[in-house]
Design a protein around this ligand. Sequence first.
Ligand SMILES: CCNc1ncnc2c1ncn2[C@@H]1O[C@H](/C=C/CNC(=O)c2cc(-c3ccc(F)cc3)cc(O)c2O)[C@@H](O)[C@H]1O
Ligand SMILES: [Mg+2]
Length: 221
Amino acid sequence: TRTSRPQRLLQAVCINAVRGNPDSVIAAIDHFCQNQEWAMNVGDEKGAILDSVVMETSPSTVLELGTYCGYSAVRIMRLLPPATRFITLEMNPDYAAVARQVIQHAGLQDKVCLVEGKSADLIPKMADMFGIRTFDFVFFDHWKDCYLPDIRLLEDCGLLDQGSVVLADNVLCPGAPEYLDYVRSSLRFSSRFYRSHLEYTRVLDGLERSEYLGHRDAQRD
Ligand SMILES: CCNc1ncnc2c1ncn2[C@@H]1O[C@H](/C=C/CNC(=O)c2cc(-c3ccc(F)cc3)cc(O)c2O)[C@@H](O)[C@H]1O
Ligand SMILES: [Mg+2]
């Protein structure tokens, strides 16, 4: 049977990227998506914003929802020291298999903990499975209608601390309107929007950075 798009993306990485060089893996994926086949990686324009937010947060613990092919896992972990705890969740075993090989080609397999499964099932187990109390940085790039339930779940599980940063991709395209309303109206978050474009296109999109202010009550009316 025909290969899948993630498998063709992985092939482009194996052919064009230098093993052990994360920047060349990122460049190979961006080249493939710009010139061969579009794929839903955060991409180079929004990726540069992701890089800057990661560097200013300099997190010790990181959670990513929606690994897909591993592009943002490589982007994030190429910036952080080996001691950083990085956990990425992926529900699709075929995508997880591709992501593991992309991450390995980048030489980051020892820094990335890819867990197969659904966020709603795994988030409540983070403390037991990994001994992680709170995450300093969380990247949302999974199904857009799951952003709101999952940020509520992170709060309910006590996995956000004062100063924790949640960065969400695609808040304009495909869009996450209920999520945006929530983080922008909640007194427990301070939110700001980074205007950008949908990966590899001129379509408007952006990232929302929401900093957790601590366990307060009430909503802004
Ligand atoms: C069920 C919720 N929990 C989940 N737990 C673990 N993994 C999950 C989960 N949801 C989805 N996933 C995985 O995340 C990935 C899904 C990402 C969804 N992303 C998008 O739909 C998306 C879509 C677009 C897009 C934009 C414009 C278009 F015209 C077409 C597509 C652009 C993006 O940047 C996107 O991120 C897959 O690998 C999926 O298996
Ligand atoms: Mg995305």
